[in-house]
Structures are given as C-alpha cells and as structure tokens.
Design a protein. Structure first.
Length: 250
C-alpha cells in the first residue's frame, strides 16, 4: 500500500474506531420515569430503555464520539463499580449525596441540570409554607434518599418519615391517606400528574426542601478527560439539548 493510500485509510478508519469505543455510564436501578425506564431481562440483569437519563447519556456519548453502554446496578453496588473501574462516567449524581472520601474519587465538571424538591399536599389543604407547618405530620419520602433540611424534624420527633420504594409509590401512599404530605422532585410530579388523572387531587406547596445540581461525575481513571467532558457539556447546554429532552417528558 502506497503512503498516500495508507494515510487515506487511516483517516477514514479513525473516526469509526473512536465511535466504536464504549462509554460506560453508571445508572442506579431504583429510578422510574421520567428519569429512567428500566427493564429486567431474562438473564437477571437490568437494561435502561428510556427516560431523561438515557436520552442525556446517549446524547453525551454522541457528542464525545463514543458508543453509550449503560451499566445498571443496584444502589449498593455503585461504589464498588467505581472502585473496580467498571464505568467511565456516573451521571445524574450530586456531590451533596456523597461523603468526603467518595467525592474525592471523582472530578466534577459543571452541573448540567438543576433539580428542585418540594412538598406535595392535597390540593384543597392548607399549603405548606415553612418547616413549622410540618409539625406532627407524616411525610412521604423515597427509600434511600436524603432530606437534610427535614432531618432535624425527624430526629426531634416533630415529624415522621414514611418511605416508599419509588416516586409513583409515594404518590399512591399520598392518595390513600397514608401520609399527610410527600416530598418529590418537581419534574417527577409534573410527569406523574400528567399521566395519572388521580394526581389532580394533589398540588405542590411553596416549601422547597432542596435544590441541587446534577452532574456527570468523572472517576479519576476515566478514559474521558475532564477537559473533553466539560467542552462536550458546554456545547450541549448551548444547543439546548437538555431543554429538548425535558420537553419530551412534560
């Protein structure tokens, strides 16, 4: 093969080879739509099939010229997946959820999405404007989630925490009267209310329990450089990629 021809072959093959390089995303099993639709396969493993998480991760992989691979694991196995180098990125995570040692395992680019959690109550009930309005209330929460603003209430016995396995189960408990109020991400509430007419009985209260950024955390060993990750996310933010994804689930 002559040198010019060899150069042409290399130029044609390199982009293809890069696009075939997998980009492994860590995703927790416990999510449901709108964040994620997860299907249990016959081999016992879980597959990410739809949702905001999948749409964003697929778009990010394309922006980086890589092939997305979703590694869906139970919450308790996430840290092990990072320490054993099974994944390249851990998206839809906040440093507020991790301890100091766990935070130090990652590089943190800029957040790509801001998420808000608010109190949900019956549409005809008195609205919750402050923490004092939660005295002696049973508050619906999602198992495994942290609610630091509410922890002092739970610790002092001023309110009771009632866990549910998912956001949809949380709303069913609320409708059944098993909780006085619940705490939920606003994007989940609007999605569930749109798809379940029964949730017209519920409404968001003014009290914001938390507001935090969502990140694609980069394990220190990742094959994706922090510079490339930041640049890709900046291009996607400018292009309105996340805004277009969210419109699909509203």
């Amino acid at each position: 093969m002559t040198p010019p021809l060899r150069l042409i072959v290399l130029l044609l093959c390199c982009p293809l080879a890069q696009a075939e390089t997998p980009l492994r995303f860590l995703t927790v099993e416990g999510h449901a739509l709108p964040l994620a639709q997860i299907r249990r396969m016959s081999n016992g493993q879980s597959e990410l099939t739809d949702g905001i998480i999948k749409d964003w991760q697929d778009a990010l992989a394309r922006e980086l010229g890589r092939r997305p691979v979703d590694v869906v694991l139970p919450r308790k196995r996430q840290d092990l997946a990072v320490t054993t180098k099974q994944v390249d990125l851990r998206c839809f995570v906040s440093p507020e959820w991790l301890t100091g040692d766990a935070i130090a395992q990652y590089d943190w680019p800029a957040p790509f999405l801001e998420v808000e959690e608010r109190v949900v109550g019956a549409s005809g009930a008195e609205r919750v404007n402050g923490l004092d309005d939660l005295d002696k209330k049973t508050i619906g929460t999602v198992h495994g989630y942290q609610y630091r603003k509410l922890d002092p209430l739970f610790a002092a016995g001023r309110a009771k925490r009632e866990d549910a396995p998912s956001e949809s189960a949380l709303m069913l408990k609320q409708l059944a009267g098993r909780t006085d109020v619940a705490v939920m991400r606003t994007l989940d509430f609007y999605y569930l209310q749109r798809n379940d007419p029964r949730l017209a009985q519920l409404a968001l209260s003014p009290l914001v329990v938390s507001r935090f950024g969502m990140y694609c955390a980069r394990p220190k060993y990742s094959s994706v450089t922090l510079q490339d990750l930041n640049a890709a996310q900046e291009r996607m933010v400018k292009a309105g990629t996340m805004d277009k994804i969210l419109l699909k689930y509203r």
